[in-house]
Design a protein around this ligand. Structure first.
Ligand code: PMP
Length: 353
C-alpha cells in the first residue's frame, strides 16, 4: 500500500502545541505580541472576492512590498507557505550531491536533514566550536561540498555569525554552489546578509514572518537572491502547487512589510526582555549562550535539560528540550512578555537546586 520512499521518511517533529491546558508557551519561538493592528482592520472589511478567486501565482504586490522593505528589486524575491516551504523548494532546486555533500552545522535547525532525506541529498554535519560558535572556515571545502546552509543566528544556540565573516566566507567559496543563510531570527540582533546578494550571485537569504512579524499561524516566508535563483524556486513551486500563498496571506503580508514602526517597537521590546532575562538566569547560576534571537539556549549546571523541561511543564510553563547528544544540558526558552519571563524567573528561583 505504501511506497518505499514513504517508509524511508523520518519526519521533523515540531515543538508541542498542546490543546489540553493553558501553558505559558515558550517552546516554539512565537512572538508574544500580536501582529500589526492594521491586519485586524483589513480583515474586518476584507472583500470576499479575494477568496472566490485564485490568488496571484507570482505574488506581485507581496514581492514588491518585501523588496521595498529589504532594499532589493521584486524579481529578487520569492514567497512561500512558511519559510519551511521556501527552504524545501531551495533544497530541491540547488542541492543534489554532485560535488559532494551539503554542509550544515552539527547542531542546527533539525528540518535540514529531513529535507535531505526527502530529496535524497547527501549531507555532512560540521562540528561547532567548543563554545558552540560556527567557524565558517570549516565550510570552505570547495572540492568536497555541493553547498552550505545554516541559520544566522544559529538555532538552537541563538549565536550570531557577524556579517564580515559571512562576506569573507562567500569570497572564498565556489561561486557555482549555493549558500543559503536562514535568517529566521536575524531582526532580533543581527545584520542581515541580504545586501550581500548583490555581490554574491550564489547567495540565497531566507526569512520568515513567523517570528519578528508574529504571523506563525499565517504561514509566510520568503527568499531573496539574484533573479536566476529566484526563477529556479518558481520552477519548483510551479511543478508542485501554483498557489502555495493564499490570497489573504498575500494581502496581510504586504501590511506586515509596511508597518515597520510597529514591528520595530515589538522587536525592541523582545530584545530588552531577552537581555534582562539573561541577566536573571546568570544571577541564578545558569550558563547562557549569547543570543541574538528571540530565545535563549541555557542550562543549569548539574541539572539535565530534561529535568528542567519536566519541572517547568508541571508548573505550567513550556520550554523546548532537545534530546540530542551535546545539547542535553540545555533548554531553549522563547522570550515572552516581561510578565511571562518574571513568572518563569520566580518558578526557577523556587526550584530545588
Ligand atoms: N528556520 C529556522 C531556523 C527556524 O527555527 C524555523 C522555525 N521553526 C523556520 C526556519 C521555519 O519557520 P516557518 O516555516 O514558520 O516560516
Amino acid at each position: 500500500m505504501f511506497s518505499i520512499r514513504l517508509k524511508q521518511l523520518t519526519p521533523y517533529v515540531p515543538g508541542e502545541q498542546p490543546q489540553d491546558r493553558r501553558y505559558i508557551k515558550l517552546n516554539t519561538n512565537e512572538n508574544p505580541y500580536p501582529p500589526s493592528p492594521r491586519m485586524q482592520t483589513f480583515l474586518a472589511a476584507a472583500d470576499m472576492d479575494l477568496l472566490r478567486r485564485y490568488p496571484d501565482p507570482r505574488f506581485t504586490d507581496l514581492c514588491s512590498a518585501i523588496a521595498k522593505r529589504e532594499g532589493v528589486r521584486p524579481d529578487q524575491v520569492f514567497a512561500g507557505n512558511g519559510s519551511d516551504e521556501v527552504l524545501s523548494f531551495a533544497f530541491f532546486a540547488f542541492f543534489d550531491g554532485r560535488n559532494g555533500p551539503l554542509l550544515f552545522p552539527e547542531h542546527t535547525y533539525s528540518f535540514y536533514p529531513v529535507y535531505c532525506d526527502f530529496y535524497g541529498i547527501p549531507f555532512q554535519r560540521v562540528p561547532l566550536k567548543p563554545d558552540f560558535t560556527i567557524d565558517l572556515k570549516d565550510y570552505a571545502r570547495i572540492e568536497s561540498s555541493s553547498g552550505v546552509i545554516y541559520p544566522n543566528p544559529n538555532a538552537p544556540t541563538g549565536i550570531l555569525t557577524p556579517r564580515p565573516d559571512i562576506r569573507g566566507f562567500l569570497s572564498s567559496y565556489a561561486t557555482d554552489r549555493v549558500v543559503i543563510i536562514d535568517e529566521a531570527y536575524i531582526e532580533f540582533g543581527g545584520e542581515s546578509a541580504v545586501m550581500l546578494t548583490a555581490e554574491f550571485p550564489n547567495l540565497l537569504v531566507v526569512k520568515t514572518l513567523s517570528k519578528t512579524w508574529a504571523l506563525a499561524g499565517m504561514r509566510l516566508g520568503f527568499a531573496v537572491g539574484q533573479p536566476d535563483l529566484i526563477q529556479a524556486l518558481y520552477t519548483v513551486k510551479d511543478s508542485f502547487n501554483s498557489y502555495p500563498v493564499n490570497a489573504l496571506t498575500q494581502k496581510l503580508g504586504v501590511l506586515a512589510m509596511e508597518d515597520e514602526v510597529y514591528y520595530q517597537e515589538t522587536t525592541q521590546k523582545i530584545i530588552r526582555t531577552r537581555d534582562s532575562f539573561a541577566r536573571q538566569l546568570v544571577r541564578l547560576g545558569w550558563k547562557v549562550m549569547p543570543s541574538s534571537a528571540n530565545f535563549l539556549f541555557a542550562g543549569k549546571p548539574g541539572v539535565s535539560g530534561k529535568a528542567v523541561y519536566d519541572e517547568l511543564k508541571s508548573r505550567g510553563i513550556l520550554v523546548r528540550f532537545f534530546n540530542v547528544d551535546g545539547l542535553t544540558d540545555f533548554v531553549r526558552i522563547t522570550i515572552g512578555t516581561d510578565r511571562q519571563m518574571q513568572r518563569l524567573t520566580a518558578e526557577l528561583e523556587s526550584m530545588k537546586p
